[in-house]
Design a binder for this molecule. Structure first.
Ligand SMILES: [Zn+2]
Length: 349
């Protein structure tokens, strides 16, 4: 590791020089959007680490011994995240679809991921938005339940990846505890040991059912439901799940597309618990994981938390911004980021 730099742009500058093999001041100015004097100072700071200055010709060169392999900018961000976690008293975990991918769960972002997971639906000309919508349960109920039945089986059979265990260990060290806000419907935070009363599933849960006729407002667990699905055709086999009260078709208690009849009662109760917990804590640290801009619910929540004074660590493989001064943004997958932050944390203790 190079000497601890005082300039927050040090590692950005280091990376910019090595990436482009360019030691010029104008290059640094352009890449980092900084003034002339700032670029001069940064180049001097890099001397002995990646740069050397030849006095007789007044030229700058990249040192042959410069470490080009370690991404120090990333390491510094991981270390900063570890320091924040080490000193936090309360933690909010805000998780989106990227959290589930490392457990081997399919990603429905973009039609490509969806069609790879459900080729039979592609052959029927059905996209994710069509099958994950209330009309699908009226028009093609065996197919709609084939899709959700398969997902229920898959989420039940899949073990949450090691990153969940890392988060659960951080939960244990928080004096004021931890709360999960997630748009995932897989129930994996509870499976990983997080208490039910500390998880807010803002899009519902695939492990709960509701009536499509909205007879009573009841939400009931899927414990007795054991889906038999013809996976090659994505078709439900046998009797479809029904509402125990009125006998109408049942559906997952999951927020779908254009879903005006999602029963939000359970999710709202979870939200109330979250708000009560937030009132009892002071600016908890927020770790946002795998939450994209396409479904902005989780990002909107973390933005509100920042407005309330929370610090933010954002883990996002595809949509991290390296120049955001308001957050530590880490462009890695969920599991790798969490495990590497944990390594820094363990080294600090
Ligand atoms: Zn009913």
């Amino acid at each position: 590791m190079p000497k601890t730099p005082h300039d927050p742009l040090y590692y950005h500058a280091r990376r910019a020089v090595l990436h482009a093999n360019d030691t010029g001041i104008s290059h640094l100015q352009r890449r980092l959007r900084i003034g002339y004097q700032h670029a001069i100072d940064l180049r001097h700071a890099l001397r002995g680490d990646v740069l050397e200055h030849q006095a007789d010709t007044d030229t700058w060169h990249i040192r042959a011994e410069a470490d080009r392999h370690t991404d120090f900018l990333l390491e510094e961000k991981l270390a900063q995240a570890a320091r924040l976690i080490g000193s936090a008293k309360a933690l909010v975990i805000a998780a989106g679809a990227g959290m589930g991918i490392d457990s081997g769960l399919p990603d429905f972002r973009g039609d490509e991921g969806f069609l790879r997971a459900y080729p039979a639906l592609g052959r029927q000309g059905l996209c994710f938005q069509t099958i994950a919508s209330p009309p699908a349960f009226e028009q093609v109920p065996l197919t709609a339940w084939g899709f959700y039945g398969h997902r229920l089986n898959l989420y039940r059979a899949t073990a949450p990846h090691a990153g969940f265990g890392v988060l659960h260990a951080w939960d244990q060290r928080m004096a004021q505890g931890c709360f999960v806000f997630t748009s995932n419907v897989d129930g994996h935070f509870q499976k990983a040991g997080f208490p039910t009363a500390r998880v807010h599933e803002c899009h519902g849960s695939i492990h709960r059912l509701q009536c499509t006729a909205h007879c009573s407002g009841e939400i009931w667990p899927t414990a007795d439901l054991h889906p038999q699905v013809d996976e090659a055709a994505c078709q439900w086999q046998g009797e479809l799940p029904h509402c125990p009260r009125c006998g109408a078709l049942a559906r997952p208690n999951v927020l779908m597309f254009d879903d005006w009849h999602w029963n939000a009662t359970r999710s709202q109760q979870q939200r109330m618990l979250l708000d009560m917990w937030l009132d009892s804590t002071t600016a908890p640290l927020v770790i946002e994981i795998g939450a994209g801009r396409a479904v902005p619910t989780v990002r909107n929540f973390t933005r509100r938390m920042q407005q309330r004074g929370s610090a933010l660590v954002r883990i996002n493989l595809r949509e991290a911004s390296i120049h955001n001064p308001d957050a530590i943004e880490i462009a890695l997958g969920a599991r790798e980021a969490l495990e590497r932050i944990q390594q820094h944390l363990a080294a600090d203790i």
